[in-house]
Design a binder for this molecule. Structure first.
Ligand SMILES: Nc1ncnc2c1ncn2[C@@H]1O[C@H](COP(=O)(O)OP(=O)(O)O)[C@@H](O)[C@H]1O
Ligand SMILES: [Mg+2]
Length: 336
């Protein structure tokens, strides 16, 4: 395996008047070069904060208090060595060069991430000039080429457009063009299609898959939609209340989910082979993060709750035989 990014024991907390919200609570996972990692979980489970922690973009009152984010950097001579992003100053030159250059990110709301007062061509060109040693006219050429690659018609004319003149789908294509303009090794896509209609969503996903294959780029694809993950991901990380509760290959997780939370997420998916009037949803809601639960945080909603065990013992990650990791007491000696 060729590991590109290894996140170990990541802890990012929000220090609020109401208390401390452990948005990311000892998350551990890795991303292989050229592969797609799907990160799934309901809203509020810490997916976006994990992504922002990797980018070193968490703002107060949020702080990454512990952990390691080992990114494998390859120098011009082709030598690779891991660098711990958490040891770099968040706004220093090394992190600025990695952010947007080697690790790029696209967000759920493309329009909110583009400047309303600058032409899109200038925004892409500026990003290229920041990360690549090229002249302004070369940067402009690259920008037009990138807009063509993401299938924006009349790319050279669109360079002069402002974000408000483009549809949501077009804005997301622009964001992807901008993210890919510096050939990142890793693209973090945080719910990139949630704000789009289904037709546009399908086009954007297809585009991302094609670009990923052509550029041998890794993608950390964050979504609450397991259907997308089934199509796109090689590996899957399931998050619940800031913790990684299960991870493994996408095929294993879809065929045989181990954690009851993963099972519940899969059951809430619409199925082609079953005529259902409504979708089964997971009972209960994600609890508020300020009143931490004893034991396993999923126990109040779990279909396999073991009284006196799950509400008392904190499950630790367990390695199962097929390279799968699960954080659940059902797989320990406590289960009867
Ligand atoms: N700006 C913020 N201020 C306070 N708490 C925050 C902030 N952003 C995130 N959090 C906390 O982190 C938790 C996880 O948020 P997030 O990573 O955005 O969830 P997800 O992306 O999985 O929907 C939230 O439930 C909240 O408690
Ligand atoms: Mg989010």
């Amino acid at each position: 395996m060729d590991t590109l990014l290894e996140v170990k024991n990541l802890q990012t907390y929000f220090f609020m008047a109401e208390g401390v919200a452990k948005a990311v609570d000892s998350a551990t996972f890795s991303i292989q070069r050229g592969q797609v990692l799907g990160v799934v979980g309901e809203s509020g489970c810490g997916k976006s904060v994990t992504a922002r922690s990797i980018m070193r973009m968490v703002r107060p009152p949020g702080h990454t208090v512990d952990g390691e984010i080992l990114y494998t950097q390859t120098d011009e001579a082709g030598q690779s060595a891991p660098v711990d992003l958490l040891q770099l100053p968040a706004t220093g030159p090394e992190m600025r060069s990695i952010r947007g250059g080697e690790i790029a990110m696209i967000f759920q709301e493309p329009r909110a991430s583009l400047s309303p007062v600058h032409r899109i061509g200038d925004q892409i060109t500026e990003n290229i000039l920041l990360h690549q040693d090229v002249s302004p006219s070369e940067a402009k050429e690259i920008a037009i080429e990138m807009l063509q690659q993401v299938n924006i018609p009349l790319a050279d004319q669109r360079m002069n457009a402002y974000a408000h003149q483009l549809s949501g789908g077009m804005c997301q294509r622009v964001m992807i063009a901008m993210a890919l303009s510096c050939h990142p090794s890793l693209l973090i896509a945080d719910e990139p299609t949630t704000a789009l209609d289904v037709t546009t969503e399908a086009q954007i996903l297809e585009l991302m898959q094609a670009l990923q294959a052509n550029l041998n780029m890794a993608i950390m694809f964050i979504t609450h939609d397991l259907g997308i993950i089934a199509d796109m991901a090689d590996e899957v990380t399931v998050m619940y209340l800031g913790r990684v509760v299960e991870r493994g290959s996408a095929s294993d997780i879809f065929r045989d989910p181990k954690h009851p939370y993963t099972t519940a997420l899969l059951e809430s998916l619409p199925r082609m082979d079953q005529k259902r009037e409504w979708l089964q949803t997971i009972r209960g809601v994600v609890p508020d993060p300020y009143s931490p639960l004893n034991g396993c945080p999923f126990h109040p909603r779990c279909a396999h709750f073991m009284p006196g065990i799950c509400n008392e013992i904190v499950p630790q990650p367990i390695n199962l035989e097929d390279g799968r990791e699960v954080r659940c007491l059902l797989y320990t000696e406590h289960a009867v």
